[in-house]
Unconditional design. Structure first.
Length: 105
């Protein structure tokens, strides 16, 4: 959920539920409802706690320096205390299915 320029975008609508530093990295968390939360780090944001965000909205900037001289993003998704694969929320990861071609004359 990051552009080439280091901007980070919300994968879904929600409410900013945490903005702060965890250990030594700035973190932003969005509560998407139904116990689903996305956390992004290292992300600097001007959004205040409680801000409403929409899908695709810029929510901050990935910090340079954590991954050498390029911006990088750590994105975690949790439902309750369980971590989920974030790619399930932005890609269709269902198995490919080859269907027969109708060859009836």
């Amino acid at each position: 959920m990051m552009s080439d320029g280091g901007l980070v975008y919300s994968p879904a609508a929600g409410t900013v539920s945490f903005v702060g530093v965890v250990v030594d990295r700035p973190v932003l968390t969005i509560d998407h409802g139904s116990g689903l939360r996305s956390s992004f780090e290292p992300v600097t944001s001007t959004l205040p706690l409680g801000a409403i965000v929409v899908k695709g909205q810029a929510i901050g900037t990935a910090n340079i320096g954590h991954c050498d001289a390029i911006p990088c993003l750590h994105w975690g998704v949790r439902r309750g205390d369980d971590y989920l694969n974030p790619l399930y929320f932005v890609m269709d990861l269902r198995p490919s299915v080859l269907l027969p071609v109708d060859v009836t004359p």
